[in-house]
Design a protein around this ligand. Structure first.
Ligand SMILES: [Zn+2]
Length: 425
């Protein structure tokens, strides 16, 4: 073996014994400088009968794209693959190597590097540019990985969390998480009932019986779906979602009352500008230091502002206290107080009345949400990450690509899965 061959193999980190480098050069192809390595790939034995009695039959030349540190100078290995005719079994064959798959001109080293780049928060265009390949190649490497999150249908986590997020084509996708490990169980293209049912019916009845709780927001059919699918599961309404519903219904009513007053009146101003104070917990309001507010030209403490504002309307005041008491009860996991609140006959705003009615309709779920330690808080992190993935790519058109990317960045692609592809020459 020549020392040049050893040296090039050492620099390029190629170990295949059948590849022999003979020369190197710089070549100008379409105005771009390429570093070209010349190599021959030899075929020592017949792949069918292992015979060494071979008749050489020329070469097949293929330009293999290799990794490079400097993206402006692409590295190409001009590989001359030996073609042979076996004198024993009379079969023709061409030399193959782990360096590159059959019929492909992008080295597996490049593909492996592209795959590892795909696990980072980067756009496919930037990855393609760095590795001197087309975006389609990057997508093809991406498609090697499976988009399935869960492949065994005989087991389900004990605690599930249901939610949705906005994805491909501004559609809402259904997402299900493991409440303990916070790993994605499944993402479905749509969030419609038949699709959710179809997916979970793939699991065995035994697996579905394993589920103990399902956390969800108050989407009208999620509780129905959960009851149908998981016979032993308790429905837990997400407590953050409950707080959100309460504050939203208070806000709508506050604006309604506000609009009854003249825009220049003190009442209007009291209800408009300090809207954030109404949503704060009452205990957290500042009750000692007054501050001057130029909106209503007065020196008041935060507590004063809220109480003065509530004085404008009795129903508004009732609504406020229902919201506050509910929020405290949720914070203290106080089940009794919630039961009391749900049955109180106070005169509250229309939206708040609706919200309380919805809570009553999902009575056990709401109570579970108050006492349970599970919530949809874990979904926030995952949804945020998905949003980031979509933002980096300026959106995805292909739902499957989005799923694989989520899997890659969540680090749940198994080593085996990717290796099996690259090693199959
Ligand atoms: Zn043979």
């Amino acid at each position: 073996m020549s020392s040049l061959n050893d040296y090039i193999k050492f620099t390029l980190d190629i170990e295949d014994k059948n590849i022999i480098f003979s020369d190197y050069s710089n070549e100008n192809i379409n105005g771009k400088i390429y570093k070209i390595y010349l190599a021959e790939l030899i075929q020592p034995t017949c792949p069918y009968c292992r015979s060494t009695n071979l008749k050489h039959n020329g070469h097949y030349v293929s330009n293999v794209r290799f990794i490079t540190a400097d993206a402006s100078k692409p590295v190409t290995i001009r590989l001359r693959k030996q073609r042979v005719l076996c004198n024993d079994c009379l079969k023709r064959s061409m030399a193959q190597s782990n360096l590159v798959n059959k019929g492909c001109y992008i080295s597996n080293t490049s593909k492996r590097k592209i795959l590892s780049a795909l696990t980072e928060d980067r756009s496919m265009t930037s990855i393609a540019r760095e590795h001197n390949v087309s975006v389609n190649t990057v997508q093809r490497v991406l498609e090697v990985c499976s988009s399935k999150f869960y492949d065994a249908f005989d087991h389900l986590p004990e605690h599930l969390a249901f939610d949705e997020f906005k994805g491909v084509g501004k559609k809402l996708h259904f997402i299900c998480l493991d409440g303990d490990t916070h790993k994605v169980v499944q993402i479905l293209r749509t969030r419609f009932k038949p699709d959710i049912l179809r997916y979970f019916y793939k699991f065995t009845p035994k697996a579905r019986a394993m589920v103990k709780t399902v956390t969800m927001d108050l989407n009208c059919y999620y509780p129905l779906v959960a009851r149908e699918l998981f016979p032993n599961a308790q429905i837990v309404i997400d407590r953050f979602h409950m707080v959100q519903m309460l504050t939203r219904s208070f806000n709508i009513f506050r604006v309604q009352i506000m609009k009854q007053f003249n825009k220049r009146s003190r009442e209007y101003k009291l209800l408009k500008s300090p809207w954030k104070l109404y949503l704060m917990k009452y205990d957290k309001l500042n009750k000692t230091t007054p501050y001057y507010d130029w909106h209503f030209k007065d020196c008041l403490t935060q507590e004063h502002v809220v109480l003065d504002g509530l004085d404008c309307d009795q129903t508004l005041e009732n609504t406020y206290w229902v919201m506050q008491d509910f929020m405290t009860a949720i914070q203290d996991n106080d089940e009794k107080k919630v039961i009391h609140l749900l049955h109180s006959k106070q005169n509250v705003g229309k939206q708040m009345h609706q919200t309380l009615l919805t809570f009553k309709r999902n009575y056990s779920g709401v109570l579970n949400g108050i006492t349970s330690t599970y919530s949809n808080g874990c979904l926030e992190g995952v949804n945020r990450k998905i949003k980031q993935i979509e933002r980096t790519a300026y959106g995805y058109r292909n739902f499957k690509h989005l799923l694989i990317r989520i899997r890659l960045e969540e680090n749940i692609i198994k080593e085996k899965e990717s290796n099996s592809y690259f090693l199959a020459a």
